[in-house]
Design a protein around this ligand. Structure first.
Ligand code: GLA
Length: 345
């Protein structure tokens, strides 16, 4: 990255997407493989330098009395300063279409939008290496400043996503993950990717939560947890091969097998996620799985375009039958990663 220069004072706007993970769950912090892609739901950060050193921020999503999201902003600013960026005081406004705590990486979208806007404010161009560095800074903001021990997949997907492509990430060398764009021509095959938000909310920023516990269990060598990691890495490799061969039923089966492994070996599913997967597959979807950390959040379903409405209806009515509130559905496509929408002149 170029040496930072002082902010100029203009307003800069940047956008960074949330992500879904097609396959490869709980592998990033275990030195494994994952295959996420950036989605259309995104966070926008508008920043301007202040004459004093205060940081003032607003968000259209958070309740004014819930300062939690502000820790992510302070985390990014702190880590950027540690990396040598000379950041002034800031006015910062956030807007977002990524549901908070919904498993679509609302936090990575927020971090990456802020970091990208601040790069724009300092006139730092973002090439591939710069994007990688920002992804790592954002991961550290989340892990070291906020205390959510996440693995790095979400920030890389948000910074490096590209339209029409998933991003194969190999964390074998955790300090220097290898990324490879993988074309994902689902629309041309008459298929859609349907995200279903169970509206069951998880909290990652909780040192005693299930996510942190799973990390500890893996570090301690728990056999069933590591069996999931090994089988999931095999499924990611097989999924990349299936995509290359346009073997969509094959990809779907791998997704559903991933869900079973997350449910039975890794034990991060909940009844709502299992019901979506079961119902979707029962309605003829090619495959379906929980996406993200689990304990709530979303599923991703691969389904023929003409069957998508039937899957949604069946899932809604299955939820209704159990007295659960209706889930939300989003059709997603692989979209571009973080970008400046307007730069300092
Ligand atoms: C969350 C974390 C990621 C990853 C997934 C599980 O989304 O932020 O780093 O560990 O869970 O695959």
């Amino acid at each position: 990255m170029h040496p930072p220069r002082q902010a100029t004072g203009e307003t800069v706007v940047a956008r960074a997407p949330g992500r879904v993970n097609l396959i490869g769950e709980h592998t990033d912090y275990n030195g494994g493989l994952c295959l996420p892609f950036a989605i259309q739901l995104a966070t926008t950060a508008t920043v301007a330098a202040r004459a004093d050193d205060r940081i003032r921020m607003s968000s259209d999503q958070a309740a004014p009395d819930d300062p939690h999201w502000q820790r992510y902003v302070h985390g990014v600013v702190t880590e950027l300063r540690r990396a040598g960026w000379e950041l002034p005081g800031l006015d910062l406004a956030l807007t977002s279409t990524v549901p908070l705590g919904g498993g679509l990486s609302s936090s990575a979208a927020l971090e990456c939008a802020v970091a990208t806007a601040l790069a724009g404010l300092l006139g730092i161009p973002l090439d591939g290496a710069g994007r990688r560095e920002l992804a790592e800074i954002c991961r550290r903001a989340e892990t070291d400043q906020v205390g959510a021990p996440t693995g790095g997949m979400d920030q890389l997907a948000s910074m490096l996503g590209s339209a029409g492509h998933a991003l194969l990430i190999d964390f074998a060398d955790a300090r220097s993950p290898v990324t490879t764009p993988v074309p994902l021509p689902v629309a041309a095959a008459g298929l859609v990717l349907l995200v279903t938000d169970t509206r069951v909310r998880h909290v990652l920023a909780d040192g005693d939560g299930g996510y942190a516990q799973r990390r500890r269990e893996c570090a301690a060598g728990d056999r069933r947890r590591l069996r999931h990691v090994a089988s999931e890495n095999d499924r990611v490799r097989a999924a990349v091969a299936a995509i290359g061969a346009q073997d969509w039923p094959g990809l779907g089966s791998l997704m559903t097998a991933s869900h079973a492994s997350l449910r039975d070996d890794y034990e991060v599913s909940v009844a709502q996620l299992d019901l979506v997967v079961e119902t979707a597959v029962g309605e003829g979807a090619l495959g379906s799985r929980l996406t993200g950390g689990g304990f709530g959040g979303c599923t991703i379903t691969l389904v023929a375009a003409e069957r998508a409405a039937a899957v949604r209806t069946a899932v809604d009515s299955a939820f209704h039958d159990r007295g659960w509130s209706a889930p939300a559905h989003h059709l997603v496509e692989p979209g571009p990663g973080a970008a400046l929408l307007s730069a300092a002149g």
